[in-house]
Ligand binder design. Structure first.
Ligand code: GLN
Ligand code: ZN
Length: 755
């Protein structure tokens, strides 16, 4: 039996790529140095996989920013606004990724969206009416040759044409129908070139196949591949799917045209059923995705063997594979030196998952259940893990229907709160964090290393808070924040203050570009043992007469940005977290905090990819879990929430149902498309769609912000509109932040005078 890896992390085990890219952005290192660092990462990873016995090792899964962006550049999907800058190719690439503001012009980045149901974000390719789709890049070929030089024969990975077209945005009047021929021609050319380089396998990633598909989609898929595969030579073609099952396309004859089909048996709830009921094409190899590419728990070999046994009743040509790219897990548990070994024993990161694949192959080919690795694995799964807390389980069991309902109802609360706060029209605020400058990070790390006392650590934070409040007053913002200097990360910070979480030192996962997150691991039942944010919030409020928002992370986001348990349901875990955050919310209120923001940045993250499952398998518990957090607040306490994505037209009613008083969300990188949806839904919650993009260092002009607000006012009633950036400011530099916020305040003030 052979083993295949869908894709590998690429930021470097020590986040080398992040660090050098950031130096490159600051012009501290040259493009040549950046290229060399990328090459070193690729080589090391290829060699590791080869030495571990992986048969089908991916190439072209590396990226300096994002592989969807790489694909756009490969096919010349470079919008005019970037071409017109006339930059070097690498600078054009980064201008598309991050925006550009300099001597040659001022352009925004491409919009960024969540990659299916993960916390990875891709850049949305744009196809303009006169985009000439053709192969202008060489990355897949270069990396294949580079690997060969290093003695590794790889499997080039391409984003498939179907998914590319589904993700792309057509900015003019053209549609998929107008470009599909050119897309086919371009993909054929890539295929021909990879053929001539003697690639044995070529992988086409088509995660869009796990969504609900229409007849037209199926037709398009087959049309695209019929066209491309007519250029098929000696290279074998793998259709790789992941993040779910492919029930809509499974069983249609044309799957046979592929030499291999990769199916996800971890997230694909119907994958096994499909193979069992419909069989598998005889001449095609089944790439069975058994090792979870999205979570960090060890593979349960007993389950995998059972599954393999079932699959073998239908086909004997099986390749063992990861369920999706390993991009979504950290590099190696070897970097974790602080966790006790009996905890570590339960984890498998990218490297360990590769070893699991190799072990599974060995178990399968050789000794079966007598294999020492199998026996070890079974022992691990039979041990009872500590971390169970009966009191928490009882509390969850006792939740009743009324615990999910806040009274009085929204309209009444809105009236009471307007009377209490007297904010001006278009109140200005920020999302919470302020730039995490070097001194802030140093303070935290010195405290962690016990180089400074807790008192010194806190005093420093309080000084920062006082300065931050003074700065916001000076800028003229209406509702202030404390700046979140005590937080490394909005989820990790809360996890650390709650029982039931575990933390890693280096388990970084790429979120977008150079940005990584270090998700905590939910190990046991979750509870709050002491107040978390009260001290800093109360201190911040004491620095000013203006209102300071208390700032918390919501239960769904804490769950979605952690590695969740696999031994209890997501719903159960989320309710446990919700009760803990509820305690914190009520403590803040008790301590005089009058506005509390509970961020649900990642609410959409685990939304099922099939619309048909949205309400029955996710929103039905996720939205109530949020309401549980704030249902006991007094009417005059204002509850805000914040969301980090722009795409929520389709779940807009559920978002209104969260029953927050105010919601701020990301909007500026998606051209405010959300506004129509707000209007159509008769959205009740007050809203602050972000007026500028914080993912880019660009400073928006006053006119630009006024413009954005102008469009918002065309659909949102003025009494319901808030003015704020897209998201927290912690990744931004101080100067650009101050300038941007000054512009924001000025824009709101100028507009007020004409309202
Ligand atoms: N309050 C958080 C911050 O400002 C929200 C971050 C987020 O939405 N990702 O940093
Ligand atoms: Zn956000």
């Amino acid at each position: 039996m052979k083993i295949s890896v869908v894709g590998y992390p690429r930021i470097g085990a020590d986040r080398e790529l992040k660090h050098i890219s950031e130096q490159f952005f600051k012009k501290d290192v040259t493009a040549t140095e950046l290229m060399a660092a990328g090459a070193a990462i690729r080589k090391e990873q290829w060699l590791f996989q080869k030495e571990s016995g992986v048969d089908l090792i991916p190439s072209n899964d590396f990226s300096f920013y994002d592989t969807v962006l790489d694909t756009a550049v490969l096919f010349n999907l470079v919008p005019h606004r970037y071409r017109e800058l006339e930059l070097e190719p690498l600078d054009t690439y980064f201008a598309m990724a991050r925006g550009y503001q300099g001597k040659k012009g001022d352009v925004k980045a491409l919009s960024m969206k969540k990659w299916f149901n993960t916390n990875y974000h891709y850049l949305v390719p744009e196809i303009e009416d006169d985009t000439h789709i053709t192969v202008t890049g060489t990355k897949p070929f270069d990396e294949f040759l580079e690997a060969r030089q290093a003695g590794v024969h790889t499997k080039p990975v391409l984003l498939g044409p179907f998914t590319l077209l589904k993700l792309a945005r057509f900015t003019g009047s053209k549609t998929v129908d107008d470009v599909k021929e050119d897309i086919v021609t371009a993909y054929r050319e890539v295929l021909t070139r990879l053929n001539s380089l003697d690639a044995t396998w070529i992988q086409y990633d088509e995660p869009a196949l796990v969504r609900d598909l229409t007849e037209d989609d199926l037709y398009l898929f087959h049309e695209l591949y019929d066209g491309i595969l007519s250029a098929k030579g000696s290279s074998k073609i793998l259709l790789q799917t992941y993040f779910g099952d492919i029930r809509d396309i499974y069983g249609t004859a044309p799957l046979q045209k592929f030499d291999g089909v990769g199916i996800d048996f971890v997230e694909g709830s119907q994958s096994l059923e499909l193979v069992a009921a419909k069989g598998f094409p005889e001449d095609t190899i089944l790439f069975a995705g058994l090792v979870n590419g999205k979570n960090i728990w060890r593979n349960d070999y007993e389950k995998s063997l059972y599954l393999l046994g079932k699959l073998q009743e239908k086909t004997t040509s099986i390749v063992l594979s990861t369920s999706c790219s390993l991009l979504h897990v950290p590099y190696s548990v070897k970097a974790e030196t602080k966790l006790p070994s009996d905890y570590i024993a339960h984890f498998a990161f990218a490297q360990e998952k590769i070893c699991e694949l190799a072990e599974l192959r060995d178990i399968f080919d050789n000794a079966g259940r007598e294999h020492p690795a199998f026996i070890r694995n079974r022992q691990l799964f039979s041990q009872k893990r500590e971390g169970s807390n009966p009191a928490v389980q009882d509390r969850v069991g006792a939740i009743s229907g009324k615990d999910y309902i806040r009274e009085p109802a929204f309209v009444e609360r809105e009236r009471i709160q307007k009377a209490r706060f007297h904010f001006p029209l278009l109140p200005t605020t920020t999302i919470g964090s302020f730039p995490q400058t070097f001194d802030v990070r140093r303070n935290r790390s010195q405290f962690k290393k016990e180089l400074i006392s807790e008192e010194q650590y806190k005093d420093f934070n309080k000084k920062k808070i006082a300065d931050c409040i003074a700065l916001q007053e000076e800028i003229g913002l209406d509702i202030l924040v404390h700046g979140e200097y005590e937080r490394n990360d909005m989820v990790e910070y809360f996890g650390e203050c709650l029982d039931g979480f575990l933390f890693t030192e280096k388990a970084w996962v790429q979120s977008y570009g150079t940005r990584c997150v270090k998700p905590p691991i939910i190990w046991g039942d979750v509870s709050r043992t002491r107040p978390i944010t009260v001290e800093y919030s109360v201190f911040a409020q004491s620095c000013t007469d203006k209102t300071v928002k208390g700032m918390l992370t919501g239960p769904v986001t804490i769950l979605n940005w952690s590695f969740p348990r696999e031994d209890i349901s997501l719903k159960e875990s989320t309710l446990q977290i919700a009760l803990a955050i509820r305690d914190e919310v009520l403590d803040l209120e008790r301590n005089g905090i009058s506005i509390i923001q509970v961020d649900e940045a990642a609410l959409r993250e685990k939304l099922p990819l099939r619309k048909s499952d949205w309400f029955t398998e996710y929103l039905d518990w996720a939205i109530p879990a949020f309401r549980l957090v704030h249902s006991n607040l007094k009417a005059e306490t204002q509850l805000h929430t914040h969301m980090c994505y722009s795409e929520f037209s389709d779940i807009i009613r559920s978002i209104d149902d969260m029953d927050a008083d105010v919601i701020t969300f990301e909007a500026s990188r998606s051209d405010l498309t959300i506004l129509t949806a707000l209007k159509d839904a008769g959205f009740r919650t007050e809203v602050g769609p972000g007026v500028y993009d914080i993912h880019s260092p660009r400073v928006p002009s006053v006119a630009e912000i006024k413009n954005a607000l102008g469009s918002m006012l065309a659909t949102v009633p003025v009494e319901k509109l808030w003015v704020n950036p897209d998201c927290g400011l912690k990744t931004r530099g101080t100067e650009e932040t101050i300038s941007s916020l000054r512009h924001l305040v000025q824009a709101a003030r100028e507009l007020r005078t004409v309202l």
